[in-house]
Write a protein that binds this ligand. Sequence first.
Ligand SMILES: Cc1ncc(C[n+]2csc(CCOP(=O)(O)OP(=O)(O)O)c2C)c(N)n1
Ligand code: SF4
Ligand SMILES: [Mg+2]
Length: 314
Amino acid sequence: MSAPQTQNAPAHPASANAVPAPNTERKGLTKKEIAADHPTWCPGCGDFSVLALYFKMIEKRRLEHEKITTISGIGCSSRFPYFVQAHGAHYIHGRSLPFASGVALSRPDLHVFVFGGDGDLFSIGGNHFTHTARKNIKLTCVAMDNWVYGLTKKQTSPTSPLGFKSKTDVWGAVDYPINPMKQAIAAGATFVARTTHSNPNHVLQMMEAAMDHDGFSFIQCLSECVEFYEGAFDASNPRKGGIFNAVPTTHDVADEVAAYKLADAAFPGYFGVFYNVTKPTKNAKEAGVNAAAAGKFKGLKDWQILQKTFDRMK
Ligand SMILES: Cc1ncc(C[n+]2csc(CCOP(=O)(O)OP(=O)(O)O)c2C)c(N)n1
Ligand code: SF4
Ligand SMILES: [Mg+2]
């Protein structure tokens, strides 16, 4: 039986991390209050759209500054946290996910968002992507995929198509690109969705659904680099003569093989939720381990627990 594509699987009962509750006491934040520095992206860059929709989601869901964290690596897209007036970190290239995992596991009251580029998440950070997904750590990871290294001025990225001419492949890329959707499904991500900067309502819908998911949620968001890969995504944009194919309503989001088949469609492919299942998160499992350990050491001070541990090692 197929489920509606935007329907979220119910939260796991043992979940340690909650979806941030909408703030009902304080005045909701406005875009003006959430926006920090003026974005330094090139005029027309797709990244503006992703940022605008993130602001919109914070406004719409009445999230508080202190209940979200925005984390990134390095790249044009990874400048993201600079532009958000909330807690966050612009971390090391490719290392946003391990940093974000630490935040998510130690602060169950927050929702952690990671924004990164195709190079950041799938080249230097590819290993971290796989392991964060398989551990099902509750956070949302948005890959702002422009099929190129933008910040460093046009090198081939892991998602650049065959034949793409860049500074590292002057005669055209010869390496087969990776497919982020297949990569995420195969790695064990429990929520996998695809969207594009040129469809703002859809970006917002996917971000909200990802945030509501209890587990590792991944969104591939096509985000055009107008400077180094102009027109890359025209075939997916009806305003440029392309076609925006929504995931068929008959698609079963709990069917991993069906999700993989959707991911295999040739560009422009499909947009929407490909995969959405509920599995215990690492957050919930670790909380269980911690609670069991705390029960054993009831009434003891921290130094006494430490002493006991050292004594056991003798
Ligand atoms: C450890 C390390 N290696 C390489 C770099 C150089 N570098 C910075 S950003 C980047 C790639 C950016 O591409 P992507 O992640 O796709 O982001 P975009 O700029 O396209 O948004 C590279 C190779 C770096 N800053 N640190
Ligand atoms: S170089 Fe490309 S990705 Fe970077 S800000 Fe400019 S348009 Fe955007
Ligand atoms: Mg890129």
